[in-house]
Design a protein around this ligand. Structure first.
Ligand code: ADP
Ligand code: NA
Length: 324
């Protein structure tokens, strides 16, 4: 049995990218392992958030976790800010991080990008993420491709702490799916699909209705070749749609190439859209049933209780090891 931890930020509503790269896989771990799934709302405030929207998004994300099949009897589902040990351990992790290594994080560089008014939290969010993970003795972190560098930092911080103070942290492994680890934006397929990018129209929200999904996929950027062939370098738009199609339908890339041989992008896009609609529909139905139930609040209370118990123990060990 391994300990699994993963989190999603409650900024906007998860996209098809979040689903195929991360959320979809969470369910497969929960039978055999000790799983922690977190709504990382403290990561969301590294950029300004509307308070009502943030609260609403946190609750919605929790309902989505349940709707994709996270079973509160088998997994611990909780909201980060309800477990104060995360922020406390976050401070410890900041103090053992070097400025240079944080400044080198590509996500920080992309987001800060010489803008004014960049919060210090944007720089120190990776040590907070390390804390999220290390507090539970996590063995495996299932994430998308964009989190690889942050996971490497987490491993370095765990090893550094173990060496400098006391050997208390498990050094976690990262699990990145072979296919779908980086679903691209439908409009600009050289950029990852992201719910945090307000300027993008190229994402599919997991709550989009059939018409919207069809419209967005029909509009997706492709190329002028009109050949359904997987070629990430030269046909990034078509290849991204093929990846989405394959993951949503279970058909292999080869099967899809065969199916659409001699056909245009119109037929192909319709096939992609129908596969996406089919795989999101049951999730949306469960989500709608859950979002207004009191059950959700009970589940989150129980999750926070369990998470606090486990996290406080590890926090105490770390504090003792440092003389706090
Ligand atoms: P976002 O960047 O969309 O705001 P988060 O930072 O909350 O998403 O990430 C939640 C999870 O989804 C992480 O495991 C992340 O690696 C994964 N993820 C994010 N975007 C994508 C994408 N375009 N394709 C695949 N996985 C993704
Ligand atoms: Na991300």
């Amino acid at each position: 049995m391994s300990v699994i931890f993963s989190g999603v930020k409650p900024t906007g509503f998860p996209t098809l990218g979040n689903y195929l790269g991360a959320l979809k896989h969470f369910v497969t771990y929960q039978e055999e392992n000790d799983c922690y799934f977190c709504v990382v709302n403290q990561h969301a405030i590294t950029v300004p958030q509307d308070k009502l929207e943030l609260r609403d998004n946190s609750r919605k994300l929790a309902a989505l976790y349940l709707a994709i099949g996270i079973d509160p009897e088998k997994s611990t589902l909780f909201i980060q800010s309800e477990v104060p040990a995360h922020a406390k351990m976050g401070w410890i992790m900041q103090c053992i991080s070097y400025m240079g290594e944080l400044e080198r994080m590509t996500q920080f560089k992309d987001k800060a990008d010489n803008r004014v008014g960049v919060s210090a939290g944007l720089l120190t969010y990776p040590p907070l993420m390390a804390s999220d993970i290390l507090l539970y003795g996590t063995d495996i972190v299932p994430v998308g491709d964009d989190q690889k560098q942050h996971l490497e930092l987490t491993r370095n911080l765990a090893e550094r702490f173990n060496k400098q103070y006391n050997d208390i942290f498990t050094v976690p492994d990262v699990h990145i799916p072979k296919i779908g680890a980086r679903i691209m934006d439908l409009g600009t397929p050289d950029k990852k699909m992201s719910k945090s990018d307000e300027n993008s129209a190229g994402y599919i929200s997991m709550l989009d209705d059939e018409k919207t999904i069809m419209k967005k996929i029909k509009r997706a950027t492709t190329d002028s070749e009109a050949i359904v062939k997987y070629d990430k370098e030269n046909k990034p738009g078509v290849s991204n749609l093929m990846t989405i199609y394959s993951l949503c339908s279970g058909k292999s890339i080869n099967e899809i190439e065969d199916m659409y041989e001699g056909k245009g992008y119109g037929d192909f896009k319709e096939g992609v859209a129908l596969a996406v609609i089919e795989s999101l529909k049951p999730i949306q139905e469960r989500y709608n049933a859950l979002i207004n139930s009191d059950e959700l609040d009970d589940i989150l209370d129980r999750g926070a209780e369990k998470a606090n118990r486990v996290a406080n123990k590890m926090l105490q060990k770390a504090e003792r090891a440092m003389g706090l």
